[in-house]
Design a protein around this ligand. Structure first.
Ligand code: ADE
Ligand code: ZN
Length: 324
């Protein structure tokens, strides 16, 4: 089974580039940029990891971003991720980035996107990993800030396939961003939103995603099982769900394997993803291995999950046919 997971070409649709920031890299970049993060070594950074829910993770995630300063830093962060996953036969990625995590501390949007884009071009050429970028808005910031960042992204429309919504979900419903997502759709961006596992008002948030925003995909989405109407809608729209088992284990202390099986039994297009692999200690293959280890997932189940990711990706029909 480990061989099957390693050998099959894979796609990843839910990975935050800033969540691929390995402790050694955080330390090294902080040093080279003269940023004081308050850690004496990479081990010291790891020793500070204490994630047991979404907010406890996010506060560390944003603090580490301070080490990222230059276009080259964004290039290095992005290219290191692609190098890592190329070695496990990931051939296609739709990574997220969080521009507001950078502009809010004085880094220009152009600096961020140019570094990431250059790494994407090199990864495709040198490593054979193709990617399409998704820009996320931070839902715990204002809708005005999201709208400003949408305007910043429009000149780079050809470099960004879609927009998403992440960060702290509590009391930050999809409806807060309805106007932003409406304009994003009109500009040609695909739409997705996080519906993190077991968050407050999650069922209402999922209905808003579907009925008000009309998303093209849902990130996480395990709570679709809480309401038969949600299952029915997601299935009839054939929407992909980007589930992150190891991340879920940090947030709700469960790999959600039973839920993954139930969603598959409902014929929902579940995909498996890493979310923030450097922090959760698990890249894409590790997430598949967790399903096998925890719940004895079969080779058929693993193959279906891998295939689903290509099917619900935002690749063109021609490109999809190449991978499927
Ligand atoms: N940003 C980075 N990782 C995230 C997660 N797991 N949930 C919400 N926002 C995030
Ligand atoms: Zn996420």
């Amino acid at each position: 089974m480990t061989d099957l997971i390693a050998q099959l070409p894979k796609a990843e649709l839910h990975v935050h580039l800033e969540g691929t920031f390995e402790p050694e890299h955080i330390y090294q970049m902080a040093q080279r940029n003269g940023i004081e993060l308050g850690y004496a070594s990479p081990d010291d950074i790891v020793a500070a990891y204490d994630f047991h829910d979404l907010p406890s993770f996010l506060s560390f995630y944003y603090a580490a971003m301070n080490a990222l300063q230059t276009e080259q830093d964004f290039y290095d962060l992005t290219y290191a991720y692609f190098e890592k996953v190329a070695a496990e036969n990931v051939v296609y990625v739709e990574p997220f980035f969080d521009p507001q995590g950078h502009t809010s501390r004085g880094i220009a949007f152009d600096t961020v996107i140019k570094g990431i884009h250059r790494a994407q071009l090199d990864a495709e050429q040198k490593l054979g990993v193709k990617s399409n970028l998704i820009m996320c808005f931070l839902r715990d910031m204002s809708a005005e800030s999201a709208m400003q960042h949408l305007q910043l992204a429009i000149p780079y429309k050809d470099w960004i396939i879609g927009v998403g919504l992440d960060s702290d979900e509590k009391d930050n419903p999809p409806s807060k961003f309805a106007a932003v997502f409406e304009q994003a759709r009109a500009e040609g961006f695909r739409l997705t939103m996080h519906c993190d596992v077991n968050q407050k008002d999650i069922v209402e948030h999922m209905h808003e995603c579907l009925d008000l925003i009309a998303v093209d995909r849902i990130d996480h989405g395990v709570n679709s099982l809480d309401d038969p109407a949600l299952i029915h809608k997601i299935k009839s729209l054939d929407l992909g769900l980007t589930v992150c088992p190891v991340s879920n284990h940090f947030v709700v202390q469960s790999y959600t394997t039973a839920e993954i099986r139930q969603m598959m039994a409902h014929d929902l297009k579940v995909t498996i993803n890493s979310d923030d692999p450097a922090y959760f200690g698990a890249y894409l293959s590790d997430n598949f291995r967790a399903l096998v280890k925890e719940a004895d997932f079969s080779s058929d189940e693993i193959t279906t999950l891998i295939r689903n990711a290509f099917e619900v990706s935002w690749l063109s029909a021609t490109d999809k046919a190449h991978y499927l």
